[in-house]
Design a protein around this ligand. Structure first.
Ligand SMILES: [Zn+2]
Ligand SMILES: [Zn+2]
Length: 135
């Protein structure tokens, strides 16, 4: 399976798109978020391809540190009630909504690659997801 799925994400709070066409990563619109760590705040852009961990942050992220992510439109934190279940990580997971329904969770620890997609209503959402992305 070599087909890349590009996720179309929006803010769970204000519903606005988080996709930034002006700043593509791997030829796809990137996911633009505000980011805050214990020492700095700025903007981060994540690759929207599911399974790709590439990102561009406008300041240096330290390996292993935990960041907070905020919507660039309403500035509310993109948080969830889940924790990363990777061994020795336990960082909070940030959550964003998929345009087709369901959520994407990403670990907020730099260097940890745990992330997953969750659908509330599996039957319909998966069908929509597969239709939209031609998977
Ligand atoms: Zn928002
Ligand atoms: Zn983690």
């Amino acid at each position: 399976m070599t087909k890349n799925i590009s996720l179309n994400l929006k803010c769970p709070n204000c519903g606005k798109s988080l996709m930034d066409k002006e700043f593509p990563l791997n030829d796809r619109p990137s996911v633009k978020l505000n980011i805050e760590t214990s020492h700095e705040r700025g903007t981060i852009r994540l690759c929207s391809i599911y399974g790709c961990y590439e990102h561009v942050c406008d300041f240096d992220l330290h390996e292993g540190e935990i960041a907070r992510f905020y919507c660039p439109h309403c500035n509310r934190e993109l948080k969830s009630n889940k924790e990363c279940d990777t061994k020795n990580c336990n960082a909070p997971m940030a959550a964003m909504n998929l345009e087709v329904g369901g959520k994407v969770y990403i670990c907020t620890r730099k260097g940890c690659t745990n992330h997953f997609v969750a659908f509330e209503d599996l039957a319909t959402e998966v069908r929509k997801f597969y239709t939209e992305y031609g998977f």
